[in-house]
Every structure is written in C-alpha cells, then in structure tokens.
Design a protein around this ligand. Sequence first.
Ligand code: ZN
Length: 421
Amino acid sequence: MTREVESRLAITGASRDGLTVGLRCESGRIAEIGEGVVPQAGDVVVEAGGAHLVPALLNGHTHAAMTLFRGQGGDLPLMRWLRERIWPVEARLEPDDVYWGTRLACVEMIRTGTARFWDMYWHPQATAQAVRDAGLRATIGAPLIETGGVAVSLRDAALESLDALARFGDEAAPALAPHAIYTVGEESLRWVAELAGERDLPVHIHLSETRQEVEDCLREHGKRPAAYLDDLGLLGERTLLAHGVWLDDEELELIGERGATVVTNPAANMKLAVGGAFPYPAARSAGVSVGLGTDGPGSNDSLDLVSEVKLFALIQKHRAEDPAIVTAAEALEIACGAGSPLLGGAATLEAGGPADFLLLRADMPEMSVGDHTSDLVYAASGSVVDTTVVGGRVLMRDGIVEGADEVVAQARERATRLGLT
Ligand SMILES: [Zn+2]
C-alpha cells in the first residue's frame, strides 16, 4: 500500500479497450499509455492483473462535510429539511467538524472512484485542508448565504474564506459560492458577479431546483431564474449551476449561449421529490455544458458517482420515453466531467493528461461479462473500484484506503458532538 507521493508510478497488465496495456505517470501526469509501455528504473509498480483501466470520475456538486448530517430529516421536503434539521446545527459547526466530515466524504469518494469534486460549504478552508490531506482535488466555494435565520455568512466572511483558500493552490482551487437566488439578495449577487470578474473566479450556485423557486423568482423579479442571473452578470463560462430541474427552453438557450455549466443531481432531486428532472436532451440540443453531481450526502445520501450515473441515465430515458436518449458511454463521459470545459474532466486517458484513473475489478460478477462501460453504468456500483490514483498518487489499492478507520472514528466523534448520532 502506497500513500507517499510517487513521483513516478507504473501500471502494468491493465485491460483497456480489449488490449493489455501499461501506463506510466511522472509528476502527476500520464507520461505514456498503451501496449508495450513498461516500467522504468525507479518507478513504483502496480500490477493491475487484468483490471479495467478507466478515467477517474468528477463530482460536480456536493457539500462533502454533510456526511455528518446523514440520517437527519431524510424524509422532509427541502425547506423544512433546511430550516428544521440542517441550519440550526450548522450554526454550531466548527472547522474541525467540517474537516472530519470532509475527510469521511473523501474516503467514500476515493473508494468509489471520484478524483475531483466541486464543493460548497461552511469553513471552506477546513474542506481544503481535508482535500489536501486526503490526496483528492477540489474546487471549493467560499459560501455566501443571507437567510435561514442562524447560518449567516456575509461578504467579509466570504472574502476571508477566499484569502484562506488562496494558499492551497491547485489541490483546492477557490470559487465563489452564493447559495441560491432565494438565499442571497440581489445586491450581494451583483457583488459576487463583480468580484468573480475581478479575480477570475468560478461561481457555484444552486439554480432552479424546485418549482417554488421559479414561481418566487417570477413573482419577485418578473423573470425566470436563468434570466435573472444573466441580468446580474452571473451567467458566464465560469458559472456552475447546480440542479437546473425547471429550466425552460429559453433559459437553456441562454445558458448555452453564455457557456455556463449545469450540474445535474438526480438522486437528490428524486429524494427531495422536486417533481421533475433536468431536461438533459433539450440542454444538449442548446449546447449547454453538463456535469453530474451527487449533491451533499445529507440529501442524497450517497457520494457514489457510479450509482449516480445510472440514475442519471435512467431518469433521462424514463422522462423522454426513449431508451436511446442517452447512452451508457455518454452518461459516463459526463460523470468524468468531460461534458464541460469548466469542469475540465477527461473521458479518455492520454499522455500529457492528469494521472487521475481507476482500476476496476474485472473479476467482480457485475464486471465479468459483457461490455464493461455498460456494466459499469447499469450493473455496478462504486464497489468495483479496486485502485484509485489521483495526480499520480495511489490513494486506494486493493480496496484499502490507508487511515480510513481513524477518519471514521473522528467523524463519528464530531457528529456526536453536534448531537447528530
Ligand atoms: Zn447542493
């Protein structure tokens, strides 16, 4: 088991597109991949034993530390869930709660094949530290929320968070994360747009999650949510919109024109019973960049993106009454983050690309017969991931994440402190 930074790593005997291949990493990137690639002197060698070599996944929207909130009000509607079960506890959160909740999330993500994620949560510097210590990569939003009664972080706090995030570099890239148009006022949203422009920061925001949000926006602003954001200067290539369930064709055209990304979260949408599904076929036609997320583990409740990709494909097929509307390969590309330049993921492994990849156990029953892309999307769960490599570092080998027991114990202790267990 190797947790140290392998500056040079070689994979041998992996299966890819029916061929037996090797892969070499140097300085966090893929140096060589293909048949005939063999280890060089000084490489740390991982023998894949015929395991499938595939790109790692990218979770485009989550609140990782909310692992601590699992099982809290899981059968309530969104606003009651937030007001009664989440916000009162969040008001008492300390950075160490966020740190250990995020570490727990990172163990789950490593185990289920996620290398990178986009996060929005309190104490983002604690999230960043957890991401760094776990060996993953994340884009971490400095949160801004103005309602909810107890959980209030204003602009100065967001600026402080940005300063704290600045020291983490590529492992934890900063973003601005105004929670939603119904929790952040117009003036602050304009401030976010201006700051994002000045500092060239991505903006990560929930949008058009519930029908109520659209109705309220129409009543208060006389326009639908995407048009409202656009008028505030918040719809651009660096904007990530989580959910987009109730976007209409006109909004999708606008989002496509502006180059913003929509990250769909089908499990959370179904669990919170929002009553619709992200209109993916229309979004695709409008040229909208699309990613896949789990949303927070308090409202999904899983961080397993392999399971999420199945739900994405199924809900789109079901909604369209057309099983061909999205293929397994297309759904998987989206889960890799390859459907959006902002997310920047890759659906293929190539020399020069980031060394973020997985070895999937070809001997698992779900993966042993048939096309492995189809098997991965429709038959498997994240439990088929044997090895996870991020930035050339082996974070899991043979299904074992070093230090996971300590993380589980610490996260339990923090949840107990918060009265959540
Ligand atoms: Zn969310």
